[in-house]
Design a binder for this molecule. Structure first.
Ligand SMILES: O=C(O)C1=N[C@H](C(=O)O)C[C@H](O)C1
Length: 362
């Protein structure tokens, strides 16, 4: 999309509550999921993947063919395309997904995240999106379905529907609004992870979920014991916590905010879930590639070159608004945002396009 996009544009912790030090975490009793990986199985670097038998075998067989983490390395937090009437645009979603995977530098797509406007899509739309995108990209990328909500039963239902629709993994944000304690948050996340055989990426974004909902290092360490909780999408801006959890668990970390992609990689994160990758995936990947090749100066240069675009896209309006404004300017599928989000005005769109152009030419 990058070339098409520019062409188009040229034309146009609180540490809330939870158990005290003496209260042991009891992972909720659960019947083993048929065919699920045995407890302790991890997909972090160097760890073997144990193939199960039974209904989940096909999921694990698919994952086993994919290298590295079950969530890829550069995941676009894909926008959800709507048509001009505001309805879900599945052909547009297929086109965008294929583009991001085949030419846009992404080896994973997160659907129905914040950038995917999950608060304003229905359950049926979320499931239809997973089905269409998995059909379109097959095993060329990992498809991660956002199933987080403030309601445990609802999230478990969404998780089962996503699994049935072909998702390779789940993104589960900490429950919000009702101010659950750490213990309640831990139980919510474990219950959703129990609902399917899919690997789970936790989403820690306290600025969005509310004061007191940041996952504590202790809660993360406890949840790491769950056989299917494998990863964290880290948007907590708490390097002490992240470093502690990275150093003491097998959880695979992903930066969940583009300005932290390189800093978090430098302390051991595996990759990123990126909004900016919707429009500049190869540049987002290029930062990690340079770092992994040992050229830290070049990695820093590439990171710095992306920062103005990250700032333009994420600081004033939600990422979905920015991406859709850029897509509209380039004549690409995306369509409008759904209320309460508001489309970018002309001035913001011009600034976004300018930032994108500068970044891509740097
Ligand atoms: O939708 C997502 O997933 C992401 N959303 C975050 C946001 O909206 O702030 C940013 C992140 O890059 C991924």
């Amino acid at each position: 999309m990058t070339a098409e996009l520019t062409d188009g544009i040229e034309a146009g912790t609180a540490d809330g509550g939870g158990p005290g030090p003496d209260e042991p975490f009891e992972p909720p009793e659960r019947a083993p999921v048929p065919g699920a990986a045995p407890p302790g199985t991890r997909l972090g670097p160097g760890r073997p993947l144990t193939e199960p038998v039974g209904p989940a075998a096909s999921v694990w067989a698919r994952l086993a063919r994919m290298p590295d983490s079950p969530f890829g390395r550069v995941a676009a937090a894909m926008i959800t395309p709507f048509d001009s009437s505001g309805a879900l645009d599945l052909p547009g979603a297929r086109r965008l997904a294929a583009h991001l995977v085949d030419r846009g530098g992404c080896d994973a797509l997160v659907l129905s995240g914040t950038t995917g406007e999950s608060p304003t899509t229905s359950d049926d739309e979320k499931t239809a999106l997973v089905r269409a995108v998995t059909e379109e990209v097959g095993d060329r990328a990992r498809i991660v379905a956002g199933v987080g909500s403030g309601d445990t039963r609802h999230s478990a239902e969404l998780a089962r529907a996503a699994e049935e629709a072909g998702a390779h993994g789940l993104l589960v944000v900490t429950p919000y609004y009702s101010r659950p304690t750490q213990e309640a948050i831990a139980r919510h996340l474990a219950t959703v992870a129990d609902a399917t055989a899919l690997p789970v990426m936790l989403y820690d974004i306290p600025a969005r979920t509310g004061a007191g909902t940041a996952l504590t290092a202790r809660t993360l360490t406890r949840l790491a014991e769950h056989p299917r909780i494998r990863a964290v999408k880290d948007c907590a801006y708490d390097l002490m916590k992240t470093a502690k959890v990275l150093g003491s668990t097998g959880l695979v970390y992903y930066s969940g905010c583009d300005e932290m992609n390189l800093p978090l990689r430098a302390i051991g994160a595996h990759g990123c879930v990126s909004t900016v990758a919707n429009v500049a995936g190869p540049a987002v990947r290029g930062v990690l590639d340079a770092f992994d090749a040992g050229d830290h100066t070049e990695a820093a240069r590439r990171h710095q070159a992306l920062v103005p675009l990250v700032d333009a896209m994420m600081s004033q309006v939600p990422g979905a608004v920015s991406v859709k404004a850029l897509f509209a300017a380039a004549g690409l599928p995306g369509g409008p945002v759904r209320p309460p989000l508001l489309a970018a005005d002309e001035e913001l769109t011009a600034r976004l396009a300018d930032a994108l152009r500068k970044t891509l030419s740097s």
